[in-house]
Write a protein that binds this ligand. Sequence first.
Ligand SMILES: *Cc1c(COP(=O)(O)O)cnc(C)c1O
Length: 388
Amino acid sequence: MVLSYPSPQRLTVTQAEYQRAWVEINLTTLADNVRQIKRLLKPQTQLMAVIKADGYGHGAVMTAKTALQAGADWFAVATSQEGITLREAGIQAPILVLGAINSLEEIKAVVQYNLQPTLCSPQQALIFSDTLQQLGCDLPVHLNIDTGMSRLGTAWTEALEFVQFVRQLPHLELVSCYSHFATADDPDPSFMELQHQRFKEAIAQWQQHHLEPPMLHIANSAATLTDSCYHYDLVRVGLALYGLYPESHLRHKIPLKPALQIKARITQVKTIPPQSSVSYGRRFVCDRPLRIAVVGIGYADGVPRALTNQMEVLLRGQRVPQIGTVTMDQLMLDVTTIPDLQPGEIATLIGRDGQDVIPAEEWADKTNTISWEILCGFKQRLPRVYLD
Ligand SMILES: *Cc1c(COP(=O)(O)O)cnc(C)c1O
């Protein structure tokens, strides 16, 4: 009863010639980012590549294979289904499921596919142990300790009892205890330091009770880049793998390059007379004759409609303004500066064309969100094209 994760079409570069729009992913860049991050870590610190949400839109399987070759040791996904997709693609590295698993069916799938679950509470640990008793097998597990995120996990003040409880339950092999920062990308480190302090207090308690410590981890991309004091036994890195910085103050730490670009084709070029309005709701009206181009990409592909009249697109290495409401499948550009533009030419919506770059952060800033959401927003309708 395992459903397969809907995966976007995967195309070769030549097949992309016939596409209206696509996501282009440079695997060499992705591998370079992995190596840069590894270089930042002590030899004993392992790299857990976070490839939830289909590898932040990059394609989880291709990202996993590339990251493994470049030195990733572990993978983290959000759901058991995402883990199953990796196993079915032949990935054998350990996979941690970060999200909560509660149903009996899902526990069975986790066992069957050799995934490693997160346990958030003693009650959940008990359910797992009972189920494993019935199945007649053991399972490696990871405990989530809540130090201030107030999402999944057991409070750090009860971490000792949680660990002791799990240790005495049959069929559970405690592999790691971890926590998650709420503000690691904030230039003000005070709350991150408080969470870290709480994590250290929990660890100190285990030590006082002579509990053999499991593996420990707390760092996401931002904490990994911020300071090696957060690295512990492994780091859980998502955004930085894909070449984006969680915050601009972390840019100087290591050189990273975005692996993803968004490209779409010009489908029509024409001149419209003065006083014409462009697109739904007439939110753009021209006061002179205007050379416009239609591009075959829209909000159903992941271009936020909120970028209407605000975004720019790269054409022949120069920025041109987008005009009128972004529609479901198409958007329009003012191409006055490129009078001989032809249908079939490729527009770069995110990425580099010549000397200029439009980063995902630019969309995030303009739509008042974060680059994580922009990356995860590219829909299945856009085929993924991989460059080596
Ligand atoms: C998503 C996630 C990460 C990765 O976060 P980035 O900021 O993308 O590096 C790490 N840990 C947990 C628990 C997560 O949910």
